[in-house]
Write a protein that binds this ligand. Structure first.
Ligand code: TYD
Ligand code: MG
Length: 457
């Protein structure tokens, strides 16, 4: 009997079965069996065969290893290059995740167009759209530097056909839009299933290394973050980029969740316009300019990687009609909001009780740093009291702040206070409330409501 070429592996306990089962016979979990190629059928083969000891390999002292400077490929998009850590690394695998309609195809279309404009061979593989549909989008992206219509496209869903094309044309950069639409014919799983996505990515990675091609895998992420795909690829790829924002809004942020060749703390800000994505080079100016300065509004002096960023945090506290009341936030962590509300109530006498609380970081930006605590606290306190922050004389000007909240109501220092203060001062918000000007949340509230002006930085 011929050996089966695929096996089914439980993603929960690792149990293997020849056939697919709804429930894993190993651990009893449901829907965890994933189709994979049988070890003997894998390239290189022999994983299942008993190993014989070969000649010992010689380890090399790190001091004697020749340091390599990786030549990076610029995508011609400054914000993208910065988030990547200085551009694309040849032969690497990059995963670009984001919800549908966020602009992944637009971003990769612009990047390949720019590369084509710089004389680099590129390839755009689409399993979602026809060549004619891609042409329509690329027509809008075409500019003098962005030769979007010079990018060769391949409308294909069979991964092996894509591999052959990469091998034959050896592009510098190849975009796969999206990884969920490709499939390997020798696996029975549907395109987009965990087994398929893993196998497709693994084959593309081998091709990337041999051809020296940088492969950008586009992956759809659903709202809940449960993805038939990208999450299972995170360990495999060199770099995971996440494109975020609200589809209806114009701002988009790009962040690295994993980066073998750079930091993961950089954020790129874009705006979706008629002619594609436009880099927002000075996002602070935008966000401060749009800040309302009304009750419930405060400006957070945040750090996004190596750069300070001023963003508006808004809160609304209103009578609730449901039990338990709503605690809704966008742009900050839900648990962080719960903590801030508890500290506000316990240590600063600002209880929101059974009211609904909504907190929003304006512009679709996500702030994942403890320095956002104080901004959330001040915005909620201001919303609860219906009083604008800052001294009455300067009511029109928003108040800036930053700082982490401790469980005992103290304000804790966060990284780069000087850079945050300098950024705030640059936009005329020098009277910021921060751990250097107030030691406790109570003091910060007093300063923020204008009873005591904090010492200007
Ligand atoms: P798209 O890049 O197709 O999103 P994704 O690949 O992540 O699903 O584009 C998303 C939206 O952006 C789409 O609704 C159309 C809009 N758009 C513009 O506003 N301007 C443009 O120049 C382009 C190309 C798209
Ligand atoms: Mg798309």
């Amino acid at each position: 009997m011929a050996r089966p070429t695929t096996i089914h592996v439980c993603s929960s306990c690792g149990h293997t079965e020849a056939r697919w089962h709804g429930q894993c016979p190993g651990c009893g979990e449901w829907n965890t069996l994933v189709e994979e190629r049988a070890p003997a059928a894998r390239a290189g083969g022999g994983a299942a065969a008993p190993r014989r000891a070969g000649p010992a390999a010689v380890p090399v002292a790190l001091r004697d290893v020749r340091a390599e400077t990786v030549a990076r490929l610029s995508t011609g998009i400054g914000e993208l290059d910065r988030v990547l850590g200085g551009g694309l690394v040849p032969g690497s695998l990059v995963l670009l995740g984001g919800s549908p309609g966020i602009g992944k195809s637009t971003l990769t279309g612009m990047a390949t167009g720019n590369l084509a404009g710089a004389g680099r061979p590129t390839l755009y593989v689409s399993g979602e759209e026809s060549a004619a549909q891609i042409r329509m989008r690329h027509e809008r992206l075409e500019t003098e530097g962005c030769r979007a219509l010079d990018v060769p496209v391949l409308a294909e869903t069979d991964v092996d056909a894509v591999l052959a094309t990469i091998e034959a044309h050896r592009p510098a950069v190849c975009v796969i839009d999206s990884v969920q639409t490709l499939s390997a014919a020798d696996l029975t799983g549907a395109p987009g299933s965990v087994g398929q996505v893993r196998e497709v990515a693994a084959r593309l990675m081998r091709a990337a290394k041999t051809a020296g091609t940088t492969v950008i895998l586009v992956g759809h992420v659903t709202k809940e973050g449960s993805i038939a795909g990208p999450r299972v690829l995170e360990h495999l790829v060199d770099c995971v980029l996440q494109f975020e924002g609200e589809r209806e809004r114009t701002y988009r942020t790009l962040r690295a969740l994993k980066n073998r060749f750079g930091s993961t703390s950089e954020t790129g800000v874009f705006e979706m316009r008629q002619g594609g994505l436009v880099e927002v080079l000075d996002p602070s100016a935008r966000f401060v300019g749009e800040a309302t300065g009304k009750p419930g509004s405060v400006v957070l002096a945040a750090m996004e990687g190596s750069r300070p960023l001023l963003v508006e945090v808004q809160a609304l506290v209103s009578q609730s009609e449901i039990v338990p009341p709503r605690r809704v936030c966008t742009g900050i962590d839900r648990n962080r909001l719960a903590l801030v509300l508890a500290v506000l109530g316990r240590h600063a006498g600002v209880g929101v009780g059974t009211s609904d609380v909504f907190v929003n970081v304006v512009g679709g930006v996500r702030v994942d740093e403890p320095g956002a605590d104080l901004a959330v606290a001040l915005a909620v306190a201001s919303a609860a009291r219906g009083v604008a922050l800052g001294s009455p004389a300067e009511a029109a000007r928003p108040l800036a702040c930053f700082g982490e909240l401790g469980l005992t109501g103290e304000l804790r220092t966060v990284g780069h206070p000087e850079r945050r203060l300098a950024e705030a001062a640059k936009f005329g918000l020098g009277d910021a409330v921060h751990p250097g000007s107030a030691q406790t949340l109570r003091q910060a509230l007093r300063a923020a409501f204008g009873a005591v002006r904090p010492v200007a930085a």
